[in-house]
Design a protein around this ligand. Structure first.
Ligand code: DLL
Length: 433
């Protein structure tokens, strides 16, 4: 076992004791330094000394993205500026960005989390890691970079974009691990094919470390089939630490959360009650020992579940389900709740459908218009209209059988839909609000 993985196996009683001790330090610190938290606690009539057991955390107020926006840029920063060494920001699509200042200790915890994920995937010092996540305000690039360096890997910091050059460097430097969004990897794979590069034959690529956007098991299988690599899932968010809050182990279908630093809860998003392990709801995190911008009971909007039972790998850290949806991703079309991931899973059941699609929504005076544009694979692309119509019908049937709606299905030529170097935008919703 790599020494970096040692904390993964902390006995549960010791882990719970450690979590409580860390919380009993963090909550008074936050109460003292962050006015919003103090005000909310006072309004609820709860004091830091009320945290006697881990269950008492439920008495404390939640934090949300809107708090970070309202308090932008530094209202939730608890540490003095002389202790801050880095800012990350996440813009989202609307409104003010959020800003997360970190101390050196915060960054160390984050790098450790990312390194523990990589070690769990079987990546070692002997690996050459290409980081194709964007570097900068986005946490993907620097998070994967410092994690891989912490593990002792050789890092190739290409960042996103310049895809042909990335493929050349990947071959020349014997890259064995690539870190990027799953959608960017699919784009890389298409460009490699055009360049006549076969990942299996012409590269040493073995692992992909993918995250930052929801991706279904079906896309994962496609990625593994086309490239011959093992696709690993890494989870994180700017507010909590960037990539490396949790990662999937080879023995279970979910992701181990590094609970010694990031305390998870699942809540019912309507009643805000804490749900028992095993039930699905909104994932909430408390950063146990980050002191730059601590997050207490931060509502992620990600929908997941904390699994029950032990993982055969022996790690004691709880396992969360892979994230297929955010509560704010849900589309309501003709009164039906639809998650984009459901559509992706349907499309991927049709082998001739390429893993590139877009969901388009618009409206007339009286109704919503729902269209799915899906690329077809180069092999299936032809002038045979009857064959194409048959394929269109199969795609429609696959969607209809699960979603219960009949969208307009438009098959488009390989390579014709937009690609992204970062997070892909699958849904274009132009309906009148
Ligand atoms: O996306 C951090 C990250 C970078 C994670 C690189 C993994 C790899 P944000 O930009 O703040 O941070 O976006 C966070 O992205 O709340 C999820 O909705 C989504 N997300 C992140 N990782 C995954 C994943 C980075 N593995 C938001 N699966 C989160 C599904 C993910 N969704």
């Amino acid at each position: 076992m790599n020494p970096i993985s040692k904390p993964d196996f902390t006995p549960v009683p010791e882990l719970r004791k450690m979590q409580l001790e860390k919380l009993q330090k963090l909550i008074p610190y936050e109460y003292e330094h962050v006015a919003l938290f103090r005000r909310r606690c006072d309004e609820k009539g709860v004091k830091p000394r009320d945290l006697v057991t881990l269950a008492d955390l439920a008495k404390f107020p939640f934090m949300k993205k809107t708090d970070l926006r309202d308090e932008y840029p530094l209202g939730l920063t608890a540490a003095p500026m002389r202790d801050i060494v880095r800012f990350h920001c996440s813009s989202g699509t609307t409104g003010k960005p959020i800003c997360i200042p970190s101390t050196q200790g915060d960054l160390d915890i984050w790098s450790e989390g990312a390194a523990r994920c990589l070690a769990m995937y079987g990546i070692t010092q002997d690996d050459v890691v290409q980081v194709s996540y964007g570097y900068g305000l986005f946490t993907g690039g620097l998070g994967a970079h410092y994690g891989a360096e912490r593990l002792g890997c050789a890092v190739l910091p290409t960042g996103a974009g310049n895809t042909e050059k990335q493929i050349m460097l990947m071959q020349d430097l014997g890259v064995t691990v690539i870190c990027c969004t799953p959608s960017y990897f699919l784009h890389l794979a298409t460009v490699a094919e055009k360049m006549g590069v076969d990942f299996r034959r012409d590269t040493k690529l073995k692992h992909g470390v993918f995250g930052a956007e929801p991706w279904t098991d079906e896309i994962r299988t496609r990625i593994e089939q086309i490239s011959g690599i093992t696709a690993h899932d890494i989870y994180g968010l700017t507010e909590i630490a960037g990539p490396g809050v949790a990662g999937n182990c080879p023995y279970c279908h979910g992701l181990h959360i590094w609970e010694d630093h990031f305390y998870p809860e699942i809540i019912d998003p309507d009643t805000l009650e804490v749900l028992p392990d095993g039930e699905q709801g909104e994932l909430v995190f408390t950063t146990l020992d980050r002191f730059g911008t601590p997050m207490i009971r931060y509502r992620t909007r990600d929908i997941s579940r904390l699994q029950t039972g032990e993982c055969p790998c022996g790690r004691t850290m709880r396992v969360m389900d892979r994230i297929h949806a955010r509560s704010d991703d849900m589309l309501i079309i003709h009164g039906v709740n639809v998650f984009p991931s459901q559509i992706e899973a349907c499309l991927m059941k049709v082998p001739e459908a390429a893993p590139h699609y877009q969901i388009l929504l618009s409206s007339t005076d009286t109704m919503d218009l729902f269209e799915i544009q899906v690329e077809i694979t180069a092999e299936a692309f032809s002038d045979d209209m009857r064959a194409l119509e048959g394929l269109r019908r199969r795609v429609l049937d696959a969607v209809k059988s699960v979603v219960g709606l009949s969208p307009k299905i438009t098959l488009v030529a390989p390579g014709s839909l937009p690609r992204s170097e970062g997070k892909i935008k699958r849904v274009i919703d132009n309906r009148r609000k």
